[in-house]
Design a protein. Structure first.
Length: 225
């Protein structure tokens, strides 16, 4: 029986959410849009097109989407060689792999960004597969990326856990039928994560690692080696 430990990356394994906020703020400013950083922060975790729709509205000039996204990507790319991992992120993935979980990254990042994030986290030996928004028709909060991740490793939703830091992660996981765990290190309040479906909430990867024995990873079906 395969059990999947699904992980968002930005804000969950790498301390990058506020870098994204700054880069989106500057990209939007260059495009003539005055958007508060607080609002941008709450939209982080959505695929680029959905983030712009969330911030600018469905009636925006969508011809500008590619320019805004490219500006964000160029700005964010300047950080690729120094993206900061969150403490114990690699240790957490390796411990779950040691216990027999199939570790899958579920992210909205495109390939170059994902490569940089994986280098930052430094736990490729523990990662079985990756699922991105590019692999499905709809990104988070739709369940499609989570469903795809489960398919990649042949795992059932009831035997799997999704760890993320945004309400979009929690909603995607809940809609896919997996158990959701929230982390506070992305800057989203506990109540928001719980309201979106988190069964348990921890401060950061190190906190979850320290409490694995009484976390949802200990509650799912199947023996732990």
């Amino acid at each position: 029986m395969n059990r999947a430990a699904l992980f968002d990356v930005d804000g969950t394994l790498a301390d990058t959410n506020h870098l994204h906020v700054t880069c989106w703020w500057e990209a939007l400013r260059q495009g003539g849009h005055d958007v508060a950083m607080h609002d941008i922060h709450r939209a982080i975790g959505l695929p680029g097109e959905d983030l712009l729709a969330h911030l600018l509205g469905e009636d925006r000039d969508t011809d500008q989407d590619d320019t805004l996204t490219s500006a964000h990507d160029t700005l964010y790319g300047t950080y690729f060689d120094r993206l900061p991992p969150l403490d114990a992120a690699a240790d957490l993935l390796r411990e779950l792999d040691r216990r027999g979980w199939r570790v899958v990254l579920v992210t909205s990042a495109q390939q170059a960004e994902l490569d940089a994030l994986r280098r930052a986290v430094g736990a490729d030996d523990a990662i079985t597969a990756t699922a991105s928004a590019d692999d499905v028709e709809r990104g988070k909060p739709a369940p499609d990326p989570v469903d795809h991740a489960l398919d990649l490793v042949g795992a059932a939703a009831r035997d799997s856990v999704f760890v993320g830091d945004t309400v979009w992660d929690m909603r995607a996981g809940s809609r896919a039928g997996v158990t959701c765990v929230g982390l506070l290190c992305g800057g989203i309040p506990r109540a928001d994560l719980e309201g979106a479906g988190a069964r348990a909430v921890y401060r950061h990867p190190a906190d979850l690692l320290a409490h694995l024995a009484d976390s949802p990873f200990a509650d799912t079906a199947g023996p732990v080696p």
